[in-house]
Write a protein that binds this ligand. Structure first.
Ligand code: ADP
Ligand code: ZN
Length: 716
């Protein structure tokens, strides 16, 4: 049999099955590899490409359910598409330490024999508690009876209590599709009906659930989830960030009577084991997770929901470079079940699939419960500039003042952490840069630190210029959220202000507490980065001020316009979610820019069509295909040498062209020099084949790395 190991090897290898073992495809087995013993997965019949004298035996089979065929096919598919060794993709499916061993047991006690001869009052209380026949841990039993652990031990020694082993893991609760069904509006009910009808027909379908923020997309796709649960199928809900799941989980719990299983990078290894195993054994019905939940071993998956499908967070850039949104569609098609992509601002990729008829399109055009969409207006910063040394236009400042005076909440949004993005010396003009990257250091004044946002380098803020030595000569240039915070504290000394930024709110608990304070109106004014942009519901929030609407348009990324639109639209959607109407003011130096125009007019589709035409003309995705190759290494001349060599090898093709080599936009990252190629192909071209042919036989020295990113989203 072939066994695939979770390593960067090019393929699965043949192993012999000893007569004492019964193994089938998908079984987890232990095999020798050189001097090591590793866990791998049986991956089909052997190819017989190894001399039989050299074939080694499978050592043992592990007591875990086999990896389902659908999952194995999916792993192969992802590996081929992303041009990564299949073992590296398998590794994503095996990230649950201990999941392949039998569950740990815990020692418990229950009533077994006659009462002891010496029946003290304490012992009597224990017997009363244990009379129900349930097994309890010594500690639990002692606590319930109000005795010390020693009493329990004494009763066990006397033979009155017996020791039993119970699985130590909490079982999973089954979500109840009828726990609390909402009354859907006619529009919502119609869409929900369509989604329900696609479940359980054993047919692939992809649906864009396209609804303005607050239209009830979540309520509606919960109906599809309920249907899948009814039909006894597993469901996966992918969400872009863990941070925004606190409110989400609560809603799920209200709708289905219990929490779903969760899967993300912050889980303890115990919890990972529990969820992985629960999924593999079909005990877990619904998983809510980050992109890696896609690689859990579902034997019975029947529905995938991708919430906020346009989100960049679904794209993994490192290791196996995959787009979880796209791979969800692949997974659903391999499993012949529906996938629902929900968003208020569809990606152009998804929209073009709707236009071509590949995806169904369900629209929720109105906010639920009569809440109206906020009005959006630009503030032309050329006409209404801020005072010297400030960043907020008087127009925005007075709007904030009015809002607070009405006892409502306001949000000032700036997608930039820290105090200032650049520090410069007034005397010599020196700019403080990261020693390991081609990037400026960002001042974080609260922590009195300079940080590199690319590699995490940190240093105390110096008092003198490191170049010319001049004291007190360093000045902060441009604003980050901390600086806006400083400004509003002066402008609104009475207001209760919160700063929401990922480096200030560390971990889900701090985040949850901040959300609670805002909900309970313990906060009047919020200054925040994009962590406040998404998914949150604050009924009293009626004003959103965008401090720098032009920020995302500055980089030349092909999706800059699309992304800026999505982000600003999403932030705007935070305003006026309940009965009070909301308004949005965007500070911009380019009020005539198409992105601003689309936000103000609300004509999203016209904007998307315009973007689409631009991309089509240039042959960019989704009308063409891209693969980014980045060659990196510590020595510039070696990196350049190998990139020249690669350039000479580019195969000829009418459908594919290669741009570069050129220094990557961040040409130095974590001490490594980076050179980039961009492969640009027509949609019909077999671009992976082209790249494979190009790179065939290329030896990359171990100090260097060549990373391949199919359908890149990140062009740094
Ligand atoms: P979206 O995901 O489209 O932004 P949500 O599903 O979050 O919208 O709905 C917005 C708000 O309206 C939520 O507080 C939700 O509970 C409420 N809501 C939506 N539809 C209904 C309904 N049919 N009945 C009761 N509340 C609803
Ligand atoms: Zn750096």
């Amino acid at each position: 049999m072939r066994v695939l190991l979770p390593l960067g090897l090019p393929q699965a290898y043949d192993y012999r099955v000893p007569v004492s073992l019964m193994v089938q495809d998908g079984d987890f087995v232990v095999v020798p590899l050189g001097p090591r013993q590793l866990v791998g997965v049986v991956w089909g019949e052997g190819l017989g490409d190894i001399a039989s004298s050299r074939i080694k035996n499978i050592i043992e089979k592990l007591p875990a359910p086999p990896l389902p065929e659908e999952v194995r096919k999916f792993i192969d598919w992802v590996a081929t598409y992303t041009m990564t060794p299949p073992g590296m993709v398998l590794r994503l499916a095996m990230r649950a330490p201990g999941a392949l061993e039998p569950a740990a047991m815990r020692r418990a006690y229950r009533l077994a024999g006659p009462p002891p001869v010496r029946l003290t009052p304490a012992r009597k209380r224990v017997l009363e508690v244990a009379a129900d026949g349930f097994a309890r841990r010594a500690g639990e039993l002692a606590e319930e009876a109000g005795v010390s652990n020693g009493v329990i031990k004494g009763l066990a020694d006397a033979g009155t209590l017996e020791k039993v082993d119970l699985p130590s893991e909490e079982p999973f609760e089954d979500p109840d599709p009828t726990a609390q069904q909402p009354i859907l509006s006619p529009e919502q009910a119609e869409v929900a009906g369509h989604l329900r009808a696609r479940i359980g027909v054993n047919e692939f379908s992809a649906t864009l659930l396209d609804g303005v923020t607050g239209s009830g997309k979540t309520e509606v796709y919960f109906e599809a989830v309920a249907e899948a649960i009814d039909q006894n199928r597993q469901v996966m809900i992918l969400v872009p960030e863990i941070a925004l799941t606190a409110q989400f989980l609560k809603r799920f719990e209200v709708r289905f009577g219990c929490l779903p299983a969760q899967w993300h990078s912050d889980l303890s290894s115990r919890e990972r084991r529990r969820v992985w195993r629960g999924v593999a054994e079909d005990r877990v019905k619904v998983v809510v997770g980050a992109r890696s939940a896609l690689f859990l071993p579902y034997p019975n998956l029947g529905l995938i929901i991708v919430d906020e499908e346009h989100e960049n967070a679904f794209k993994q850039d490192e290791g196996v470079a995959y787009n979880a949104r796209d791979m969800c569609v692949v997974r659903a098609s391999l499993g012949a079940f529906p996938v629902v992509l929900a968003t208020a601002t569809p990606s152009l990729e998804t929209m073009s699939n709707v236009w071509s008829g590949r995806y169904a399109h369900e629209v929720l055009p109105r906010r639920h419960g009569g809440a109206v969409l906020p009005t959006i207006k630009p503030i032309d910063m050329r006409q209404h500039p801020p005072e010297r040394g400030k960043w907020l236009s008087p127009v925005l400042v007075s709007a904030v003042g009015e809002t607070l005076a009405r006892d409502e909440q306001a949000l000032l949004f700036l997608n930039r952490r820290g105090y200032a993005p650049l520090t410069l010396c007034r005397t010599c003009g020196h700019r403080l840069g990261c020693p390991q990257c081609d990037a400026w250091l960002v001042e974080h004044r609260f922590r009195k630190q300079l940080q590199c946002h690319h590699c995490g380098y940190q240093a105390p803020s110096p008092s003198a210029c490191p170049d010319c030595g001049e004291e007190d000569s360093l000045v902060a240039c441009g604003p980050g959220v901390e600086r806006i915070m400083e400004e509003v504290k002066v402008s609104f000394p009475e207001a209760r202000i919160a700063l929401l930024s990922s480096d200030v709110l560390r971990g889900p608990a701090a985040y949850g507490e901040a959300i609670r304070q805002i909900q309970d109106h313990e906060i009047d004014l919020i200054v925040g980065t994009q962590i406040v942009a998404k998914g949150l519901n604050f009924p009293l929030l009626t004003l959103v001020g965008v401090v720098d609407a032009d920020l995302g348009l500055e980089n030349g990324d092909l999706r800059a316009g699309e992304r800026t639109y999505q982000l600003l639209h999403q932030v705007a959607g935070r305003a006026g979610r309940a009965q009070k109407p909301g308004r949005v003011l965007m500070q911009t130096y380019m009020p005539e820019h198409p992105v601003m125009g689309a936000l103000v007019s609300g004509d999203r589709d016209k904007f998307l069509e315009r973007e689409a035409r631009g991309r089509e003309m240039l042959g960019y995705p989704p009308y063409g295909r891209l693969v980014a190759l980045v060659l990196s290494g510590p020595e510039l001349d070696k990196v350049q040498g190998l990139s020249r060599e690669l350039a000479l090898r580019v195969p000829h093709s009418d459908k594919v062209s290669v741009l570069g080599p050129a220094p990557a936009p961040i040409s130095l990252l974590r001490g490594r020099h980076r050179v980039r190629f961009l492969v640009k192909a027509t949609r019909e071209a077999h671009v992976q084949g082209f790249v494979a042919q190009w790179l065939e036989g290329v030896k990359v020295p171990s100090s260097m790395r060549l990373s391949v990113d199919v359908d890149p989203h990140n062009f740094l």
